[in-house]
Design a protein around this ligand. Structure first.
Ligand code: 5GP
Length: 114
């Protein structure tokens, strides 16, 4: 797999504005925020994209989604709500080939998405 910016952030070779970390995930602010709160959650054990999830251990997947939910709560978004985005592949406009969930909050989201 190609080394991405998120590999470097997890390795500590690139700085990031971290908001949460445990043994399984790292969460940090997006460099180009699309909402007042815009967090990226990445699994420390690399997964390339959402397509790969179907081949993975469900425990690993469950741990990731539990952590995404926890990070949203840590950011104080439980009451107001938030949006989770998982861009996948070319049409999904995924730009970093390392699975990541976007947590967007503190503004009302639009639907349908662009
Ligand atoms: P994607 O388009 O792959 O779903 O999302 C990648 C996200 O990573 C984008 O929202 C982009 O702003 C963010 N990003 C790209 N490079 C960096 C970086 O070096 N640091 C941080 N914190 N975010 C980045």
């Amino acid at each position: 797999m190609v080394e991405t910016i998120f590999d470097k952030i997890i390795a500590g070779d690139l700085p990031a504005d971290k908001v949460y970390e445990d043994e399984n995930v790292l969460a940090f602010r997006d460099i180009n925020p699309q909402a007042p709160i815009h967090i990226l959650v990445v699994p420390k054990k690399k997964v390339k994209d959402f397509i790969e999830i179907q081949h993975n251990d469900t425990t690993q997947t469950g741990i990731f989604f539990n952590a995404v939910s926890k990070v949203a709560s840590v950011m104080g978004l439980e009451e107001s709500g938030y949006r989770i985005v998982l861009n996948c592949g070319k049409n999904g406009q995924q730009t970093v080939e390392y699975l990541h969930a976007h947590i967007l909050g503190e503004r009302k989201m639009n639907w349908p998405p662009g």
